[in-house]
Design a protein around this ligand. Structure first.
Ligand code: ZN
Length: 164
């Protein structure tokens, strides 16, 4: 009697889902235009994980030894994208918790607030936001060569991202 396989090999299934995930990652990195929902702020429960992915830690209060405000304007396919409020702020608990990089409103102002002076990058902020768009960047009107993720935030910097 021949034994028929009644269900899929679980190892094969997990390998296949790994391939599917890799395909999604490649699509994102090669710059397909993000779907509209991809520009939303992370869900409250995801904030801490995003901040961790950016290499930063959540703080119980805003630390103001370093306190600067770069400003970000984002276009995708020629249309302006709203920078969401509460990027890097976890409001899921009794008291809000803060990443050193966060937004309070939709003005595009990024609050960089830290207990010590250090470099924070646009890439860390985009990781917190949860987007990985392909963009050309300008800082104070001057085009920036290379990966915009490496831009280090400075006070009152005007960063414009023109994304596909
Ligand atoms: Zn601030």
């Amino acid at each position: 009697m021949t034994k028929t396989k009644s269900h899929r090999n679980p190892r094969m299934a997990s390998a296949l889902s790994g391939i599917a995930l890799a395909a999604v990652a490649v699509t994102t990195l090669t710059g397909a235009a993000p779907a509209p929902g991809d520009w939303a702020a992370p869900a409250p429960g995801d904030v801490e994980a995003r901040v961790e992915a950016a290499g930063l830690e959540m703080l119980d209060s805003e630390k103001l030894t370093m306190h600067i405000h770069p400003h970000l304007t984002v276009y995708a396919g020629g249309r302006q994208v709203t920078v969401p409020a509460d990027i890097g702020i976890d409001r899921s608990g009794k008291k809000p918790r803060f990443s050193p990089l966060h937004t309070h409103d939709t003005s595009g102002t990024v609050h960089v607030e830290s207990a010590q002076w250090q470099d924070f990058t646009l890439g860390q902020f985009l990781t917190e936001w949860g987007v990985r768009p392909m963009c050309q960047a300008e800082v104070d009107g001057t085009p920036v060569a290379g990966d915009p993720a490496r831009i280090v935030f400075r006070d009152r910097q005007e960063i414009t991202l023109r994304c596909r």
